[in-house]
Design a protein around this ligand. Structure first.
Ligand code: ARG
Length: 277
């Protein structure tokens, strides 16, 4: 069923989604591969499991389908399913991780893709899936700077038959595109300008003059690491100003607290891979 809202300046339409999530039974911070991770800060795995389950329930209550893959021993970041690949039009392009600590995730995720999709592409260059590739409904926004190799942009464009817009990330705290930019609806986005190079900021300003601009404080709570069905935006509970700004333009914020995952540098979107048939 589609739900609509015209409470803001625009009419918003919800479309049911299919997501993949990975149960955080092995979640931990045992190495440091981004600016958020400190291996001397312990994680509360029980709390992480509860927060993850709340996120899954939020999706189910919005009418979305959630497939679950189990976490594997020795892969504490496997919960961040967004990094596993990019799936558009029933074609799954698997990830290739930059850091050896995460490369063990490639096999279980690729095997899972093969069980679900006829077309699975294993690319040559490093790409961290939907961490660095965000589909707007017409274009693939593709980042580099920290993880994904810019040469992987063309590789994905060809594999998926889509147009790619290359963007460069510059802040170590916003090292994946999905920490700095959220797709709210077809060709509608929110982002943190200062996470991008000057040239990329100019591209985003030109392409998305009506974008919602996030505050640094909200982005630091991973407010932009959100998922949207076109109407409901599942967003970090702590990103309060961002929620108000979303509501003001007709979206319905659905706040969820996933703060335990912030210790690993992740949030809601990182825990969620969209599967587009
Ligand atoms: N610790 C993980 C890493 O550094 C966090 C990944 C977050 N995922 C994301 N889609 N931004 O790789």
């Amino acid at each position: 069923m589609t739900e609509t809202s015209d409470s803001g300046t625009q009419q918003r339409i919800a479309r049911p989604r299919r997501y993949l999530m990975c149960r955080p039974s092995q979640f931990d911070v045992t190495y440091e591969i981004n600016a958020w991770m400190h291996s001397d800060v312990g994680v509360d795995r029980e709390l992480a499991l509860r927060q993850w389950e709340n996120l899954r329930q939020a999706y189910l209550s919005l009418g979305h389908r959630v497939d679950v893959i189990e976490g594997e021993p020795g892969l504490p970041d496997m919960v961040f399913a967004a990094n596993a690949g990019t799936v558009i039009g029933g074609v799954a392009v698997a990830a290739r991780f930059l850091r050896p600590e995460r490369q063990g995730e490639e096999a279980p995720y690729t095997e899972w893709f093969r069980s679900q999709f006829q077309s699975v592409v294993v690319p040559e260059f490093v790409n961290e899936g939907e961490g660095d590739y965000l589909w707007t409904g017409s274009k693939l926004l593709a980042a580099s700077g920290f993880r994904t190799d810019p040469r992987a942009h063309d590789e994905l464009a060809t594999a998926l038959g889509v147009e790619v817009v290359a963007l460069e990330l510059t802040s170590p705290y916003f090292y994946h595109l999905d920490t700095a930019l959220a797709v709210l609806a077809d060709d509608r986005i929110a982002y943190l300008p200062e996470a991008f190079s000057d040239a990329s900021q100019a591209v985003l300003r030109r392409m998305y003059p009506d974008a919602v601009i996030a505050t640094l404080a909200d982005a630091q709570w991973f407010g932009l690491n959100a998922t949207s069905d076109g109407l409901h935006v599942v967003v970090a509970e702590q990103a309060v100003t961002f929620q108000q700004d979303l509501a003001a333009v007709g979206y319905i914020p659905v706040p969820v607290d996933v703060s335990e995952f912030r210790k690993a540098g992740g949030g809601i979107k990182c825990c969620t891979l969209e599967l587009r048939s």
